[in-house]
Design a protein around this ligand. Sequence first.
Ligand SMILES: NC(=O)c1ccc[n+]([C@@H]2O[C@H](COP(=O)([O-])OP(=O)(O)OC[C@H]3O[C@@H](n4cnc5c(N)ncnc54)[C@H](O)[C@@H]3O)[C@@H](O)[C@H]2O)c1
Length: 331
Amino acid sequence: MSALPAKAAILGAGVIGSGWLARLIDNGVECAVFDPDPGAGSTIAPVLENAERAAAELIDVPRPRKGAWSLTGSVADAVAGADLIVEAVPERLDVKRAVYREIESANADGIIASSTSGFRPSVLQEGMSHPERLIVAHPFNPVYLLPLVEVVGGKATDPAAIERAMALYTALGMKPLHLKVEIDAFVADRLMEALWREALWLVNDGVATTEEIDDAIRYGCGLRWAQMGTFQTFQIAGGERGMRHFMEQFGPALAWPWTKLTDVPDLTPDLIDRIAEQSDAQADGRTPRDLERIRDANLVAILKALRATGWGAGETLAGYEARLRETTIGD
Ligand SMILES: NC(=O)c1ccc[n+]([C@@H]2O[C@H](COP(=O)([O-])OP(=O)(O)OC[C@H]3O[C@@H](n4cnc5c(N)ncnc54)[C@H](O)[C@@H]3O)[C@@H](O)[C@H]2O)c1
């Protein structure tokens, strides 16, 4: 039996919901989408267009026939008969809980996968009649290209739902990372927020512009991070004696007043203006759509390079293609 759902519902068609839609239909899954915004269709179209361009460039084997999709008029219509219910509504507990109530009255057994960036699943589960099928499946933008999805269960989650989810996201070509301990904002966003706070301080204190900070990332550590994480990178930096040596050498620096990580700069109108103006200057006339296309082309190139070395996200991609090849031969 395929790990993929026969039918999925997507609730919320913003940046993330549209990205999930692209990934699901690209794997042949039929999808029903609900978003109360009458303009939702116009948000979806460019995301699907970007996703198609990226997949055509990236995937080297015959791809599955696209899943059909449609916009529906209500949560109930979207979730009827769905095995997977992707919740991608705004990051507000009251909105998410209201949506869960609607789901529960119209669908009895689909997995409910919240895209939340920060709410613990146990918090989302409060007040549900059947919380055992709710999980967090936290993706990264663009969902159709980045493989990582953090899978987190709450106190009431049935372990079988986690098991199904792990198989399902693998079948979608993703790298599901099962976090066994629930914390607010999970792992990846905690790391990103630490960097973000430090970056905000550097702009606030007039140390560097947004462009200089981005250059400090993309010309150095950012290139390393695409292929090895912080720990493996530092282990190598420790030379022959590895991580122990690295920690002996740089451990004491942690006590020096290098970072302002625990404090947050005041997001004053002046600081927001400065960051927005510097970011616009950095874009140099490119529209958000232009930047999306550049981002996607770069991500495709990086994924291809990692596929050639069989490493990290490239290994995930190669495994996905191998499974697609088998499916196509079996057709
Ligand atoms: N943007 C990111 O980079 C990112 C990354 C990972 C996870 N997330 C999470 O994904 C979720 C969605 O974020 P987003 O960035 O796509 O937001 P968004 O604002 O782009 O989209 C949210 C969509 O939900 C719709 N909506 C509002 N109420 C609804 C309802 N009752 N039923 C169905 N749809 C409804 C809105 O009309 C909107 O189109 C949030 O929980 C967020 O934390 C976002």
